[in-house]
Design a protein around this ligand. Sequence first.
Ligand code: BES
Ligand code: MN
Ligand code: ZN
Length: 506
Amino acid sequence: MSTPAGYQSPAVTVASALPKRKVESSVLIVPVVSVGDEPRASVVAADHLDAGSVAEIEAALAALGAKGGAEQVTRVPVASLPVGSVLAVGLGKSRDEYSAETIRRAAGAAARSLNGVESVLTTLSVLDTEAAVEGLILGSYRFTEFRSGKTAPKDAGLRKITALTADTKAATKEAAARGEAIATAVATARDFVNTPPSHLFPDEFAKRAKALGEDAGLEVEVLDDKALTKGGYGGIIGVGKGSSRLPRLVRLAHRGGKGRKAKTVALVGKGITFDTGGISIKPAANMHHMTSDMGGAAAVIATVVLAARLKLPIDVIATVPMAENMPSGTAQRPGDVLTQYGGITVEVLNTDAEGRLILADAIVRACEDEPDYLIETSTLTGAQMVALGARTPGVMGSDEFRDRVAEISQSVGENGWAMPLPEELKDDLKSTVADLANVSASRNAGMLVAGTYLREFVADGVAWAHIDIAVPAYNSGGPWGYTPKGGTGVPTRTMFAVLEDIAVNG
Ligand code: BES
Ligand code: MN
Ligand code: ZN
């Protein structure tokens, strides 16, 4: 099977003025805010528009009753501008400054309402070039690989973005290019999540990760099932052996810190290509959501590739375990004991708590590289949604680094939230026959129990963070902001922002 091209990001250019010639097929996306007691939409960041055009846009919006509410979109014809129409998008109430996330969401909402338009210009980029480009690309994302002529879209989607900016200096171009690169990485993660388990199983996932890694100039290593058995990866083998499609461990290294006293960051992501629960099988309702159980792996692969593409001056080493959790005559049983990589023994009381088993092996392996930091992310527990809802990842780990990761996650709009790992939970993981049990007998604090399990495998002295993205990785509700249905790519932008922060601040 050859690797499909996946989502192709539109071309991005910056320009300091509107074009001279009118192009009927293009649309100009313009931010508006809500002003007044009887709110009306008022154009902001209008440096590239003459007063007459602004008046024309505002009059048309007033006639339609548009109020400039956040993410509200309204399309109006404006004869005096060199485009087919103007798409006004709301930023909400008028204020002095708009956060990057407000711009990103408005851009995303605008992109989602384009209905087949292939070329856009925007003045959102006057407010924040990177966020505007990022939001437009993320909002225009779509996954069409499995649509035949019967339901495939007739248009090519968004192909060209012209970001209007104050100047076209190197720094401005770089901001646009960063937005493009980051959004493209998120799209890569989404493509992986959206690819169904019929087509994305451990060997295929490993091949695609390898191809992406080699393309980005990464060092690549793939361990197959034989190498995993020989190497003592009992967790990955135990989980993967119920499937006819055997497990893999992929390692991707970006060596950006060469010759410098640079930090090393380990990334680990859960790559369960499908989670039936195994012998502790899940109920049928919504089991298909478990196509997203490799969301952590997808984000980690996209992040290390992005680190190489944007030449981060640090070492980033991704360790990605991949397995399919199936019930069968060769599957592990509840009550089995396995030996995790590194020697800790585990009583598998519930085969549906499989993520922590493959992750423990991967974390121990990742720590052999003696990283300064370790970020691990996984669709680990249904309890994540109980605790924090569908859009808020739970961040656990060593206190300082956990708080740093959560804060950065907030700043990029992925909204991770710091959670504790109370000491007493460790007692819940006692086993009568092995060093540890993989689940506790109690239903309390399921997300934190899983984090407590993982903590046992992190080497002393490594600052670590565990990001539970069980539900945030996959949007099963309606689209919102720049987030479509299906794979979200969370927490790619969080991890990349943390890597950048480490590159600058150590
Ligand atoms: N992949 C699931 C977690 C999950 C649940 C992700 C819902 C997305 C949506 C994980 O492998 C799992 O099954 N966890 C169990 C753990 C339990 C057996 C301790 C769970 O959350 O029920
Ligand atoms: Mn499970
Ligand atoms: Zn799972």
